[in-house]
Every structure is written in structure tokens, then in C-alpha cells.
Write a protein that binds this ligand. Structure first.
Ligand code: ADP
Length: 425
């Protein structure tokens, strides 16, 4: 009391195997705590009594296996209780995966745990299912590797990237995946059609590095991977799903909410007896997001990279000379003139060609990746250290001002540019 606002405290009692689905209001956060019983948010158990604060727009569910009472403080866009969920089928999948991890751990010769890939249309609950499978595994002491191939709505780092990170603890319901040294490759666009060859090349690089890491690490090898994918399932999107299954040697394919995709994958993967294709029901709680919302949440993700989820980070503004930084673009650059090509060759641009970019006003508001490459020709095969955001270009003094999560010199002078931009608000 005493704050001047009316009390909005209320309690919700959840029966066993039901969930409270919540969309936080658009302008105010929501506080929530577990009063009694046990409950989890997307696979991560709630600590008893502790208030958690969820930011505006957040969409989530509090699920209980055995019954719980939840207390909320604040307003929501919607909240309702649902007793029909696919959670039992999801946890059954987890149990099967767990069995395979134990098998892998016990057998000295075949020590590879399950490599799960989650596929389905946008808003079918892929990220959410990936998260649950990872958190349940981590709770049991495994260290599964999360691979996120979704360049549009990735949950590891900024949009436009594919990335991987080991999950050692159940994922924090508010903070999401801890940004502890993920392995990140910068694609630079939010749709794969911009440069399909580059997308494939990066998927291959990422898979190769993980394969190498697994060789030296029996624990993560036995724990396996959970691979989240994009919601693009038609045409080239379908081709990219097959490419990912193949490249990561996935042996469990979970298809969410699409009969047609399931039957197509089951038929085409029949020839691979060690690959299981499973159909899973989409949860009725999954919220459909408009393309405008999706775009907003991309912008929010970039903001989060620099400022933190609760505005708890303070990025540094740095100034560099044009001559200190080297910006490159991959593919799509100016085409070679026909006269410079062998007779009969088409003047198409090489999709993996690395071309220098002149620093000019076009770089304003662009998000650039800081490559670990030692030489420009290693840019496609190198992962990135992080991102900077260009806030000013001074053509007269030839100075560039940028935001970086850390002060001081960048880990490399090679920067990669795509079509990713951001308007700080
Ligand atoms: P996809 O990865 O297939 O695009 P997501 O897993 O990101 O879909 O789900 C879309 C949105 O729905 C997310 O904001 C997610 O938090 C929300 N969501 C998923 N499952 C539930 C649920 N059971 N109750 C409430 N919201 C949910």
C-alpha cells in the first residue's frame, strides 16, 4: 500500500497437469510467485515464494505436474487457466532422450547422445519445446548443447545469427539463456533467402566446430544437442531443414503442429533407419505473433544485447578513425563486369565472396559483427565475438562513433555488415 495504485494482488489455484497462460500487459511488468505446490515455466522449476518480474509483452505459461497456487501482482493482457496441454507427450519425449543419454554414457564405443532437431511452422512452439527439453535435461545433470538456427527470432544472441551454447542449468524463465560465451556465426540478414548459400555454409561451420568439441568432451557428447530451426518450411525452407538434419547428423526429428511436413520428412528420411521422426501436438497456448510484432521483438533483442533485459547493462560509446576499422560484406556485392569473366560465364556474384565496404553514411544505424577472422578471407569460416552499433559517421573528420557492450579496443578490426539495422528508441 501507499504507492497510490490499487492492489492487483490475486491468487490462482492450479490443478495437476494444468497451466496458467499469461500475456503481460503492454506497458507494465508483472510480478509472480509460487505460493505453494510445485510449478515450472517452460521446464524450469519456480523457486518457492520468490517474486519474479516479467517484462511487458512477455508470453509464458506456469505449468504444474501436481498442483500449485500462484500469486500475481500487476495487470496482464490476458491470463487464463488451461487443463489441456501436450506436456505429457513432451515429457515422454524427454524420458526417451534421457534413456539414450544414459545409454551413450554407459557404452564406451558409441557415446553419442541424442541429436534432436525441432521443426515446424512459425508460432508452433519450437523454441518453447527446445527450451523445455534443454531445461529438463540440465535439471538431471546433463549438459546438452543448444543450437539455434533461427536467424529471425533466435534465443541465444542478436537476430541474424546462428549460434550454439552448452546449457548447464535449467534456463532462467525471465533472463533466458545465459550469454556465457556462445559460439556465434553472423549471417547478417533475418531471412535465409537473402543468401541461402551463406546460410548453409555457416550451418556447416557451426556443425564442424561442435563435432570437434564433442570429440574431446564425453559429457557433452552423451548429453547431445537440441536444435531449434526457423519457421520457414516451404520450398527453400524445407531444403534448409533437410540440410540441417544432414549436417548435424540429427537422429531425432520432432515435428510440431504440421501433418504435411511430418509426412514429407518421414517419407524422405525412411532411408535413414537411425533417424526417428516424431509428430508432436502444438500447444494451444502458443501465441501467434504478427510480422510487425516479430520485427519489434527483433529490435528488442538487439536492444537487449547492448542494454540487458532489465536495462542492467551500460554499453560504451567509442570513437574510431575510418582507417582503423575494416568493414566487409559477404556475397551480393557488385557483380564482376562481363568483360572480366571467362567467355560463357554468367556474371553472377559469388554468394560467399567477401568484399570490402566503404565507410560512409550508409553505415549509420547498422549492426556490425566483430569477426574473429585473422584475415579477410577467413571471415565466412570465422565465428564472431559480438556486435557493435554505428551511431554516428563524421565524414569530415573521418570518424565513426559506435556502441559496444564493452569499453576499449575491439577484439578484431574486421567487421561484417549485413542488412541488420536498428533504430535506438
Ligand atoms: P516458434 O519457436 O515455433 O515460433 P515459440 O515457442 O517462440 O514458437 O512460441 C511463440 C510464443 O508463444 C512465445 O512468445 C512463447 O513464449 C509463447 N508460448 C508458447 N507456449 C505457450 C504456452 N503454453 N502458454 C503461453 N504462451 C506460450
Amino acid at each position: 500500500g501507499g504507492t497510490g495504485t490499487a492492489s492487483t494482488l490475486r491468487q490462482v489455484k492450479l490443478e495437476k497437469e494444468s497451466e496458467l497462460r499469461i500475456e503481460v500487459a503492454n506497458d507494465t511488468p508483472l510480478r509472480l510467485r509460487l505460493l505453494n505446490g510445485t510449478a515450472e515455466i517452460f521446464g524450469t522449476e519456480l523457486p518457492p515464494q520468490i517474486w519474479l518480474t516479467f517484462p511487458p509483452h512477455f508470453k509464458f505459461a506456469v505449468f504444474t505436474w501436481y498442483g500449485a497456487t500462484i500469486e500475481m501482482d500487476g495487470t496482464t493482457e490476458t491470463d487464463y487457466t488451461a487443463d489441456e496441454t501436450p506436456m505429457v507427450s513432451y515429457v515422454n519425449v524427454h524420458a526417451v532422450l534421457d534413456g539414450r543419454r544414459n545409454q551413450a554414457k554407459a557404452s564406451p564405443e558409441s557415446s553419442q547422445g541424442p541429436r534432436v532437431i525441432v521443426v515446424g511452422p512459425t508460432d508452433s512452439g519450437k523454441s518453447t519445446l527446445s527450451r523445455m527439453l534443454l531445461s529438463w535435461a540440465a535439471k538431471q545433470g546433463w549438459k546438452p548443447t543448444f543450437v539455434d538456427l533461427d536467424i529471425g527470432q533466435g534465443s541465444i544472441t542478436a537476430p541474424g545469427c546462428i549460434a550454439a551454447t552448452p546449457i548447464e542449468l535449467p534456463i532462467d524463465p525471465v533472463e533466458g539463456i545465459s550469454l556465457d560465451m556462445p559460439l556465434v556465426y553472423f549471417y547478417g540478414h533475418t531471412t535465409p533467402s537473402q543468401n541461402v548459400d551463406l546460410y548453409k555454409a555457416l550451418v556447416k561451420e557451426l556443425a564442424q566446430i561442435l563435432e570437434r568439441q564433442f570429440t574431446g568432451n564425453a559429457e557433452s557428447r552423451a548429453s547431445g544437442m537440441v536444435i531449434n530451426t526457423m519457421g520457414w518450411i516451404e520450398g527453400v525452407g524445407y531444403e534448409l531443414i533437410l540440410h540441417a538434419i544432414d549436417t548435424f547428423n540429427a537422429n531425432v526429428v520432432l515435428v510440431l503442429g504440421q501433418e504435411k511436413l511430418f509426412s514429407m520428412l518421414r517419407d524422405v528420411l525412411k532411408s535413414k533407419p537411425n533417424v526417428d521422426v516424431l509428430k508432436l501436438q502444438k500447444s494451444g497456448g502458443v501465441v501467434s505473433r504478427s510480422s510487425k510484432f516479430r520485427q519489434k521483438s527483433r529490435s528488442y533483442r538487439i536492444r537487449e544485447y547492448f542494454y540487458g533485459i532489465a536495462n542492467d547493462l551500460s554499453p560504451h560509446s567509442n570513437i574510431a578513425n575510418f582507417s582503423d576499422l575494416f568493414v566487409y560484406r559477404i556475397g551480393g556485392g557488385p557483380q564482376a563486369p562481363r568483360s572480366a569473366l571467362p567467355i560463357g560465364a554468367d556474371p553472377v556474384a559469388n554468394p560467399l565472396r567477401v568484399a570490402p565496404v566503404n565507410i560512409d553514411r550508409d553505415l549509420l544505424h547498422v549492426v556490425l559483427a566483430v569477426s574473429y577472422a585473422q584475415e579477410p578471407d577467413q571471415i565466412v569460416s570465422s565465428n564472431v565475438a559480438g556486435f557493435i552499433y554505428v551511431t554516428d559517421i563524421d565524414l569530415q573528420r573521418r570518424k565513426i562513433t559506435y556502441l559496444s557492450p564493452t569499453a576499449g579496443e575491439l577484439p578484431s578490426k574486421y567487421l561484417v555488415m549485413g542488412t541488420l539495422t536498428w533504430l535506438e528508441t
